[in-house]
Design a binder for this molecule. Structure first.
Ligand SMILES: O=C(O)[C@H](O)[C@@H](O)[C@H](O)[C@H](O)COP(=O)(O)O
Length: 260
């Protein structure tokens, strides 16, 4: 488990631009040292803001897009092409604009795909796809993702792991179906905490005042069942990328305000 590190940016636009620059560097470094890179994308405004900033960054051309595997931390279980699907939004923000290898874009199944509305079957299929890409260091469960990004909800949820729901208690499976999520839509597919923790680096993105309490709770020693964000950490690094509004309720020991 890596102790969380905090980076606080002035506002959400700067946060997105700085995180995009950081991600480009990580991908280029991973491709240089291991030949390819793997990144797990998140849904939500902060994750999509990062992708849009990346699309606008001239340095994006430093990435070898054909040697990048993209996975998702969670998906809203809706029909293919639905504008609320995380993959649809990621395509619009970035993916359609860069020369990815379609075989390396690992979208989670849609509700009108081969498994129909059976969300458990969809989750199992994604778990198998991850297992096929895994190496021995992960005991064949999931690959060692270079970077796994997570938006943080006002209730401290990450991916589709909501406080107290069964998915956040999962210790065995790497991907599960979610029913009755408090954030719409209610049916979702999500990586579990053990899968998230296989990543080298986990980055949590939180901007805006409505995230301040969640960040403070998750970073102050809360339990992961009550505060799923507290259980999201990477093997080598856990990075919280915040704006000043989201950092405004953090204990001073973690982030002293400028006036202190
Ligand atoms: O599909 C989703 O809804 C998510 O992946 C979810 O976990 C999201 O990342 C957070 O709710 C933060 O969303 P915002 O960045 O929009 O606040």
């Amino acid at each position: 488990m890596s102790t969380p590190q905090l980076v606080v940016h002035h506002d959400k636009e700067l946060m997105a631009q700085a995180a995009a620059a950081r991600l480009i560097t990580k991908i280029v470094d991973a491709q240089a040292s291991r030949g390819s890179a793997s990144v797990v994308l998140t849904g939500g405004r902060n994750g999509n803001g990062l992708l849009a900033a990346l699309a606008a960054a001239p340095a994006r051309d430093a990435v070898d897009w054909g040697r990048l595997d993209l996975w998702w931390g969670d998906e809203r279980f809706l029909p293919e092409g639905d504008p609320e699907r995380n993959v649809t939004q990621a395509r619009a923000a970035l993916l359609d604009a860069v020369p990815l290898d379609p075989k390396r874009v690992h979208a989670m199944p849609a509700s009108d795909g081969p498994f129909g509305t059976d969300v458990e079957a969809a989750a199992s299929a994604y778990a198998e796809e991850l297992a096929r890409a895994a190496g021995p260091e992960n005991h064949g469960a999931v690959p060692t993702f270079d970077v796994l990004m997570l938006g943080v909800g006002p209730d401290t949820h990450v991916a589709s792991l909501f406080p107290e729901l069964p998915a956040v208690r999962e210790t065995d499976r790497t991907v599960v179906g979610v029913h009755g999520a408090p954030k719409p839509p209610p049916t979702r597919v999500t990586l579990t905490l053990p899968a998230i923790r296989a990543a080298r680096e986990v980055w949590l993105l939180a901007a805006g005042e409505d995230k301040a309490q969640a960040a403070a709770i998750a970073l102050s020693g809360a339990g992961e069942i009550q505060a799923p964000a507290a259980g999201a950490y990477g093997r080598a690094r856990t990075l919280w990328l915040l704006d000043t509004a989201a950092a405004s309720q953090l204990p001073r020991s973690l982030y002293p305000p400028a006036s202190a």
